[in-house]
Design a protein around this ligand. Structure first.
Ligand SMILES: Cc1cc2nc3c(=O)[nH]c(=O)nc-3n(C[C@H](O)[C@H](O)[C@H](O)COP(=O)(O)OP(=O)(O)OC[C@H]3O[C@@H](n4cnc5c(N)ncnc54)[C@H](O)[C@@H]3O)c2cc1C
Length: 227
């Protein structure tokens, strides 16, 4: 008997044009796209961005508000990176392809009124989206970066930690310093985004303090050995 194999269908792709790009001295950049069709997403959703030949894609978290007319991403430029470096060099107006939004990490949603956020580097993107979409403000939010230059152009209610830097409007150190000052309560949900090492360290601390897995939400962008 002949067996037929059903291949999973590739998700549809959407066209979008680069409308604007702002580079920051620390290596992060914001890029805005005008989608060719109406585009709805939840704060925390990602899109896949396809590369020049259309056969490679990387996920990026949307950092803009859900009512914005343009889509925004906040990206760490990795020299030689197939997508992050390429996207950085494309002229304004270039058309590229993105996937529909997808994701499982949704900070700021009203279902969890008490939230604590942790981000490293470009892992602040989903939290920016939540804030710009009018979502729930956190009880406490920490954002860690390597250089003070990474803080440029990004606002929000974050306690900022700079691991390689001079003190001045931020804390010198790591986002995982003094974890005993993090608010822990039976109704609090924790959202952790960015480097895997930070996520695991904070999650272990929370588990030791009795926080259940159902209240720890993780989105890993980068692995420590790759960065
Ligand atoms: C769910 C999800 C959401 C994400 N959202 C974002 C986002 O909003 N913003 C964002 O900037 N990234 C985000 N990322 C990471 C992103 O998808 C890419 O992995 C990243 O941009 C590198 O892709 P690339 O094609 O440029 O580099 P690649 O061509 O894949 O890698 C090139 C080289 O760089 C190394 N490398 C990889 N990561 C790093 C690093 N952090 N530092 C130094 N070297 C590295 C690799 O080991 C490799 O040798 C997300 C990842 C996931 C899984």
């Amino acid at each position: 008997m002949k067996r037929s194999i059903r291949l999973a269908e590739a998700p549809p792709r959407l066209g979008a044009r680069i409308a604007e790009r702002t580079a920051y001295a620390g290596g992060l950049y914001r890029i805005r796209f005008t989608p060719e069709a109406p585009f709805a997403f939840r704060p925390g959703d990602c899109v896949g961005v396809y590369g020049p030949k259309g056969n490679v894609s990387r996920p990026y978290s949307l950092s803009g508000g859900t009512d914005d007319t343009e889509l925004e991403l906040l990206i760490r430029r990795i020299p030689g990176g197939r997508i992050s470096d390429w996207l950085y060099t494309l002229p304004i107006g270039t058309r590229l392809e993105i996937s529909p939004p997808f994701g499982w990490f949704h900070p700021g949603e009203a279902a969890h009124p008490h939230q604590v956020w942790f981000a490293t580097g470009s892992g602040v993107a989903p939290f920016l989206s939540a804030l710009r979409s009018g979502g729930q403000h956190p009880l406490q939010a920490r954002w860690g970066v390597r250089s003070v230059l990474d803080l440029e152009g990004i606002d929000g209610p974050f306690e900022r930690f700079v691991s390689r830097g001079e003190p001045g409007g931020h804390r010198a150190g790591r986002v995982t310093d003094d974890l005993d000052t993090v608010r822990v309560g039976p109704e609090v949900h924790y959202y952790l985004c960015g480097l895997d090492a930070m996520i695991e360290e904070v999650a272990s601390m929370l588990a030791e303090r009795g926080v259940g897995e159902d209240r720890i939400h993780r989105e890993c962008f980068f692995q420590a050995q790759a960065s």
